[in-house]
Write a protein that binds this ligand. Structure first.
Ligand SMILES: [Zn+2]
Length: 287
């Protein structure tokens, strides 16, 4: 069994503030150490229940958080940025033109994930670029990184087997993907506050749920986006929409919103990433 793990940081137990997730800030090194512990627990569980090949995509910030020498032996790390498909780069079994493995992945786990932009009671809730995207709708429904990434996995036929993060992220995953195993390692009290599960208990729960996920493959859901699919993207600043509107196939809906429709979800996903990059370039540092 080949398992792909997309690993984010905001949903890791012990994290409540954006400063903990920023390289160079005081809490960052500890946060990455906690991220490593959670991944080790999930990988241990997955391996004990039949996972043979495990690939971890470092899906936070610039993708240079995890240290390959600290991951369990035999795990391949996808590191760095820019890379096609960002947080789920390589989920099709290929990264850019390179084959990552000789067969596609059997399933994907999302570890350390968080709720979508706009969720008040979700630790560090955001969707990709926190200061660019106010809301992203996929076929009329607001989605975050769980939904956008699960749809790309689904487009390539890869089901999601496990989602971990705070309770808001787990709830979001279950609403979208059905009753799959999730681990709420912390309970959100607000966007910047949470009740942490005792450390050892959460690691044990992650290990145990990875075993459960491997054993309950009936619950693995291929979240296949309909053809065609539509993304409606609302930006914080109309100037960001001005920039994103220049991309081919993009329709301007109103001052803050653009819309893109395509038969091929992987095209939509790439246009979404491009709209984010353009939007970020329009951030006004003073105003
Ligand atoms: Zn994230």
């Amino acid at each position: 069994m080949r398992i792909y793990i997309s690993a984010d940081l905001e949903g890791v137990n012990g994290i409540v503030h954006s400063s903990q997730t920023q390289p160079g800030e005081p809490g960052y090194e500890r946060a990455v150490a906690l991220m490593h512990q959670e991944l080790a627990a999930v990988i241990k569980g997955a391996r004990s229940a039949g996972a043979t090949d495990i690939y971890v995509a470092d899906a936070h910030w610039d993708g240079r958080n995890l240290r390959h020498e600290l991951l369990p032996e035999g795990v391949t790390l996808l590191s760095g940025w820019q890379r096609p498909y960002s947080m789920v780069a390589g989920i099709s079994g290929k990264a850019a033109a390179k084959e990552l493995c000789d067969k596609p992945f059997d399933g994907a786990f999302f570890v350390g994930y968080h709720a979508r932009a706009g969720v008040a009671c979700g630790v560090l809730s955001h969707t990709y670029r926190a200061q660019v995207f106010l809301d992203v709708k996929l076929n009329g429904k607001s989605v975050g990184e769980i939904g956008l990434n699960a749809a790309l996995a689904g487009f390539f036929g890869v089901p999601i087997g496990l989602v971990t993060g705070d309770d808001a992220a787990c709830q979001e995953a279950i609403e979208l993907l059905g009753p799959l195993p999730t681990v709420a390692v912390k309970k959100a009290i607000s966007r910047y506050s949470a009740a942490f599960m005792p450390a050892q208990e959460s690691l044990e729960s992650l290990r145990h749920s990875a075993v459960e996920a491997m054993n309950k493959r009936d619950y693995w859901n291929v979240y296949f986006p309909p053809k065609p699919s539509t993304l409606q993207i609302t930006f914080f600043d109309p100037a960001m929409a001005d920039g994103a509107e220049l991309l081919p196939g993009v329709k301007r809906c109103d001052d803050r919103q653009i819309e893109i429709t395509d038969e091929d979800y992987s095209v939509l996903f790439r246009l979404f990433l491009a709209a984010g990059a353009i939007g970020a370039s329009r951030k006004d540092p003073h105003f």
